[in-house]
Ligand binder design. Structure first.
Ligand code: SAH
Length: 489
């Protein structure tokens, strides 16, 4: 079996390569480091063995030699092995040593390059490491070398003379010594220089200064590892090219309480706007055993949630043609979209995504038999309202919403987020139950009137309610609330 030495990129999960994700999904064993992106192992097999071999500050680390031995042992046991490292495996990652150990043992290996922090962190800070006018070379340097060491491996004279950008890894604690060594060796103290902390991760911070003032400013700002230091005229381009900080939700935390399976669309959209998204799924959708009747016998079929739409189509006999002669109603735009994905265009979508509005919308329609596909615990406004009009109504409960246990860390982060988004009455109920009496300290966002009512019942007042009761509406509500809302903390 072969071993793959895989780079996981600098921290933003979106910067993992397609090949890295593919190998992680196929691996039996993954030996991973500390600085890999959050969620990097989410795609691993259920039965994959995940072995942490990273270095923790203050904790004895696994010997490098032992890691090499482990790789060989797992490979010889016939396992598919991934050795997952932050950034690129061959850039200050000791991947070279691990490859040598494998070669010495006669174990075949593959190397998957990763996006290295020395390029990615500057890029996310608006600093191109090369530039036609400002730098035609770039050097990657480890800041670990002690410049005071008698036989320092780094040639500071040569580095000072280097005609291009210097990028230092591992440099925060060593910064004053690095700067002193460079200037002593002749690099201009006026040269632009920057330190990027937690590059590509939520909360990335950058300090731009000159070589002379950098160490002081970094200390004043309290920057900590992991960080990349860039020395060279390109650093100053950040003044014009910074882009991350320009995004509307940059540096703001938004908690999303909806079920994990439904959260990804909302989370992705918020992340694209720069938000640090805290996924705090308070609920989970549990499908119920249900037999879907022949839909052709109804002249109206009502869908009250995207979940209901998905589950009905998964279980119905036949296909969408069963709805050919039937009026299809969706409670709101999210449900209408779920139907569209199944090839059905809803005939009726009320302006406001509540049962009362849907009833109004259906007032003039001649209906004899209706089917309502919904959650077990839904309100009875709709079936009752239709029945008073003499409609024969069948209610088909397709799922129920149950509490999802919330980890203490996710809960604490959600309670402290700048915004917390509630996308249904049940997320309100189950989140607050999980919070055990503690209330969110950030601004509350509600997807619509029913959710708002659930919040008010519990003494919470939303800062903003979405005008469109779907994911886009929630994003728009947060954006409008963000304009003119100052940063907290
Ligand atoms: N193989 C990795 C580097 C490992 S050395 C790569 O190619 O990126 C670890 C050093 O990388 C850290 O001390 C820090 O200087 C840098 N580093 C890693 N991730 C970083 C990040 N997200 N932001 C800034 N620096 C980072």
């Amino acid at each position: 079996m072969t071993v793959a030495l895989v780079g996981a990129g600098p921290g933003d999960p979106g910067l993992m390569t397609a090949r890295a994700l593919e190998l992680i999904a196929a691996a039996n064993v993954i030996l991973y480091d500390r600085l890999i992106p959050g969620g990097a192992l989410d795609g691993a097999r259920e039965d994959a063995e995940l072995v942490y071999v990273g270095k923790e500050p203050g904790v004895p680390a696994m010997e490098q030699e032992r890691i090499g031995e482990l790789l060989v042992e797992y490979a010889r046991a016939g396992r598919r092995v991934v050795r997952l490292k932050g950034g690129d495996p061959f850039v200050f990652g000791r991947g070279g040593e691990e490859a040598e150990a494998l070669r010495a043992a006669g174990v075949a290996f593959e190397v998957v390059p990763g996006v290295t922090a020395g390029i990615a962190a500057p890029a996310y800070a608006g600093i191109p490491v090369t530039h036609r006018d400002a730098a035609s070379a770039v050097a990657f340097v480890t800041g670990h070398e002690d410049p005071d060491k008698a036989q320092a491996a780094l040639d500071w004279e040569a580095l000072a003379r280097f005609p291009g950008t210097l990028v230092f890894y591992m440099g925060v604690g060593r910064l004053p010594a690095i700067v002193a060594a460079l200037t002593a060796a002749g690099r201009s103290p006026d040269e632009p220089a920057a330190v990027v902390e937690r590059g590509t991760l939520p909360g990335q911070r950058t300090v731009l200064a000159t070589l002379e003032t950098l160490a002081g400013e970094v200390t004043a700002a309290g920057l900590r590892p992991p960080a990349i230091t860039v020395v060279g005229p390109v650093a100053a381009l950040r003044e014009r090219l910074a882009w991350l900080e320009a995004r509307p939700l940059h540096g703001r935390a938004v908690a999303v309480t909806r079920a994990r399976a439904q959260a990804s669309g909302l989370a992705a959209r918020l992340r694209a706007l720069g938000a640090d998204v805290i996924e705090a799924p308070a609920i989970r959708v549990e499908p119920l055993p249900a037999t879907v009747p022949d839909l052709a016998q109804y002249d109206l079929v009502v869908f009250t949630s995207p979940n209901g739409a998905g589950l009905l189509f998964d279980r119905m006999p036949g296909d969408a043609r069963a709805l050919a002669g039937t009026v299809v109603a969706a409670i709101g735009p999210g449900t209408a979209r779920a139907l569209r994905e199944r090839g059905i265009e809803a005939d009726v979508v009320p302006e406001r995504a509540v049962a009362e509005s849907l009833l109004e919308e259906l007032a003039d329609m001649r209906v004899e038999r209706a089917l309502i596909a919904r959650a077990q615990e839904a309100r009875d406004v709709l079936p009752d309202g239709l029945r008073t009009r003499g409609v024969e109504v069948d209610v088909l409960p397709l799922y129920r919403t149950v509490a999802e246990p919330l980890g203490g860390e996710a809960l604490a982060a959600a309670l402290g987020a700048d915004w917390i988004a509630f996308t249904s009455a049940s997320t309100v109920r189950f989140f607050l139950e999980a919070a055990g009496g503690e209330m969110p300290r950030g601004r509350i966002v509600s997807i619509g009137p029913v959710t708002t009512a659930a919040l008010r019942d519990r003494g919470l007042q939303p800062a903003v309610e979405a005008a469109d009761h779907d994911v886009d509406g929630v994003v728009a509500a947060i954006l409008s609330d963000a304009t003119g809302t100052p940063h907290r903390g």
